[in-house]
Write a protein that binds this ligand. Structure first.
Ligand code: NAP
Ligand code: 8YV
Length: 317
């Protein structure tokens, strides 16, 4: 049996599939993880974690024989993949199987903002429709200029899913792609041109506060900011200031800088729609992600290879 260190929770189906090959050690069941790792760290060859928790550097350091970190999620900014690669440790993640779901979440937030879904729902529930009449007209989501920040796997799925809304699609990423959309190397210029910005880059140092005050104010009083990437990509304080002062029209947010803590000022705003990091959070998509997470582990034990390594580890294969 191989020893598997599990950070966070896993589904029953994942556990069942792991049982024949691994002896699982759950971080959440350890009263003193540092002491446990001091005694047992050398036996751990495999880690299963997720995009929220990653793997703390001191835990990784305590696992001298670690071979593979399998991440239940596509974003792995909470794992130091470069350090892992230097140590010869493979990191795998779950690309592609969640593209459509996260794209749906981005559209859900955009549509809820434009069509004032929350205010309209609250109006009916309160009984005011009967006593006071209908609500003010909302705004159309059709025929908008939409700037996608990060036109990767999910960004492309968002563009595809937007098609029936007849958008003009702009995009910003580190390099231009062979796609029929307008590329903007300058994010502020794209924000000035767009009605909506949809953020779907990775998190981490490279994108920290990419959406800053200048970008937010360029998006403007009628503009809508949708963030399904990572909370760190947006300067949350600057965004809240702009939402409060009317310099930014509205926001649909699935991720937050210090989640699950969401500032009271943000929670109090009427011009935002907030969801608790549910981008990929359906039974169907989490099952597909869980399967790929497990398959990476099982294939490595059986054949020494993996299905979906992160780019930093490409040379290790
Ligand atoms: P991907 O295929 O690697 O695409 C990432 C895109 O971001 C690429 O277009 C890349 O541009 C761009 N990018 C990276 N660094 C950038 C920078 N500094 N400035 C501008 N653009 C930059 O990744 P993906 O599979 O689409 O996933 C994207 C991210 O979505 C994940 O890493 C995760 O953080 C987030 N996510 C969130 C949820 C959720 O539940 N809310 C679910 C899944 C994923 P280049 O191609 O030019 O390098
Ligand atoms: C998950 C995500 O919430 O894949 C990602 O990067 O952010 C989401 O799909 C998370 O990683 C699951 O643990």
């Amino acid at each position: 049996m191989k020893h598997l260190f599990i950070v966070g929770g896993i589904t029953g189906s994942m556990q069942e599939q792991l049982n024949g090959t691994f002896r699982s050690h759950f971080l959440k069941e350890m009263s003193d993880p540092a002491a446990w790792l001091a005694d047992n760290g050398d036996s751990i060859e495999y880690v299963l974690t997720n995009g929220h928790d990653g793997l703390r550097p001191e835990y990784m350091a305590a696992m001298s024989n670690l071979k593979l970190i399998s991440n239940y999620g596509v974003g792995y900014d909470a794992i130091d993949a470069e350090l892992a690669a230097q140590r010869g440790i493979l990191v795998t993640h779950t690309p592609n199987v969640l593209n459509a779901e996260v794209a749906t979440t981005a559209l859900l937030l955009m549509l809820a903002c434009y069509r004032e879904l929350l205010a309209n729902d609250a109006h009916v529930r309160s009984g005011k429709w009967e006593t006071e009449g209908g609500t003010p007209l909302s705004h159309s989501a059709d025929n908008r200029t939409i700037g996608i920040v990060g036109l990767g796997r999910i960004g492309q799925a968002i563009a595809d899913k937007l098609a029936p809304f007849n958008p003009r699609i702009l995009y910003h990423s580190r390099s231009a792609k062979d796609v029929p959309y307008e590329y903007f190397a300058d994010l502020t210029a794209m924000a000035a041109e767009a009605d909506v910005l949809i953020c779907i880059t990775p998190g981490g140092a490279g994108t920290h506060h990419l959406i800053n005050q200048e970008v937010i104010e360029a998006l403007g009083p009628q503009g809508l900011l949708i963030n399904v990437a990572r909370g760190s990509v947006v300067d949350e304080a600057a965004m809240i200031d702009a939402l409060e002062s009317g310099k930014l029209g509205g926001a649909g947010l699935d991720v937050f800088e210090h989640e699950p803590r969401v500032p009271e000022r943000l929670r109090a705003l009427p011009n935002v729609v907030l969801t608790p990091h549910i981008g990929s959070g359906t039974v169907e998509t989490r099952a597909a992600m869980g399967q790929l997470t497990v398959d990476n582990l099982l294939q490595h034990v059986a054949e020494g290879s993996v299905i979906s390594p992160v780019p930093e580890c490409a040379d290790l294969i």
